[in-house]
Design a protein around this ligand. Structure first.
Ligand SMILES: [Zn+2]
Length: 256
């Protein structure tokens, strides 16, 4: 303490400097006793998100089939079906993560005008890496449960529908049933209800009249810096060595 005082006084050498030691001495006199442990107030939130998706179904005459995606949700939809086309020129940087501002801005530019139900569904599905709107088309509606007055699904509401992309080797349309739910809470029966809805959606896809068979869910690889082929129609770049068709628009790819 003596050392600090001397230094403070010596540096200024003015009347103001002489007051300083008196000021700093006052709080030191009333310094509280340091406790063994801090008296902490806890703040916590438990969030729970989940999704389920089916195998992919290969559809014949894909061009026309794509127009039928909304119809595949059919009577399961409790709200009008919204069809979300793949994001324009997205190289995978858009993300619904508010603290990653550049990614969040790209995401809002793409989906900010979608309905609260669709935004909730995309938020959950993208966070769980269950969908990739960089090349997938998504038809979405509220499938079970309810929304709050602002139109956002509550934690036990099931949202989703079908997701589609073009097979990179054959150019066929591949459609999956996909559902999601979650938020600040969980209910024991949501998982069971989601499975029931997923099965019904999957049946709808198979019964669409164009189903040619099932495909295992090998998803296209987005190129970015590693692109070996790119689409001359929509600009999508793929890292798939044998990609012949664009998973985003279904047109022929060209070797880069
Ligand atoms: Zn394309």
């Amino acid at each position: 303490m003596d050392f600090l005082r001397r230094r403070g006084g010596g540096a200024s050498g003015s009347a103001g400097g002489a007051e300083k030691p008196a000021k700093s001495a006052a709080p030191a006199a009333s310094r509280p006793i340091i406790p063994e442990e801090v008296n902490a107030e806890d703040h916590q939130v438990r969030l729970s998100y989940a999704a389920k998706s089916s195998e992919g179904v290969r559809l014949g005459s894909g061009r026309e089939a794509k127009a039928e995606l909304a119809g595949m949700i059919g009577s399961l939809a409790k709200t009008p079906v919204e069809v979300v086309d793949p994001r324009e020129m997205d190289t995978g940087q858009a993300s619904p993560s508010i603290i990653r501002t550049a990614e969040a801005q790209a995401w809002l530019a793409a989906h900010g005008s979608a309905s609260p139900i669709t935004r909730h569904a995309l938020f959950v599905l993208e966070m769980l890496d269950a969908i990739d709107p960089a090349y997938e088309t998504f038809a979405c509606a509220l499938l079970d449960g309810s929304t709050d007055p602002a139109g956002y699904p509550d934690f036990s509401a099931v949202v989703g529908g079908v997701a589609a992309h073009w097979d990179e080797s054959t150019g066929d349309l591949i459609v999956r049933a996909i559902v999601a739910w979650g938020g600040r809470g969980t209910r024991g029966d949501t998982d069971r209800e989601a499975t029931r809805i997923l099965s019904a959606l999957f049946r709808n896809i198979l019964e669409s009249g164009r189903a040619m068979g099932l495909v295992d869910a090998g998803r296209p690889m987005i190129g970015g810096g590693l692109a070996v082929v790119s689409c001359p129609h929509c600009g999508f770049s793929s890292a798939g060595q044998r990609a012949l068709y664009c998973p985003k628009c279904g047109m022929r790819m060209v070797r880069g």
